[in-house]
Design a protein around this ligand. Sequence first.
Ligand code: GRF
Length: 181
Amino acid sequence: MRLAVFASGSGSNFEAITNAFSKDESVEVVLLVTDKECFALERARRLVVKTFTLDKSKKRSLYEEDVLCILKKERVDYIALAGYMNIIGSTLLSEYGGRIVNIHPSLLPKYRGLRAIERAYENLDSEIGVSIHYVDKGIDTGEIIAQDKLLRGDSSLEEVIERIHELEHRLYVNTLKGLMK
Ligand code: GRF
């Protein structure tokens, strides 16, 4: 199975996934797609993973055609969004629907969209979590595949964010292993 990861930011999930599958015969991370310059590209250079940055000055249907073209060229079977801050449009969904998953740092359906961890923390939620879901037309609305959570306890916001990221890396790798069997 050939996996592409889409990211827009730091790329820590991308790195965790790539490393986890580096000795796995059945899954390989073959491409990182970004929608801008970001640290994930630097990680890809270090990990020797091919990259593609889409041209957002084009309209969505056109840049998605470009992405589709490279996904086909790289024979990508499955897509994992990891901090990808861009909507997946109908061009990609019609080709890869059911084979695109996303990670979101909340116990969906709570806190869809931005600043999910911060909002859970500000609301004094005792449990703060992570969800992996299939991608559909909406924002963080697709069918939930897996969730995990931690107890906020007396952790500071910074500590919760760090713990959530660790949880994300574990949950994403384990979930992808199950999905891509
Ligand atoms: C993660 O918290 C993910 O859940 C959210 O964006 C963040 C990306 O982190 N969608 P990274 O770029 O993988 O470090």
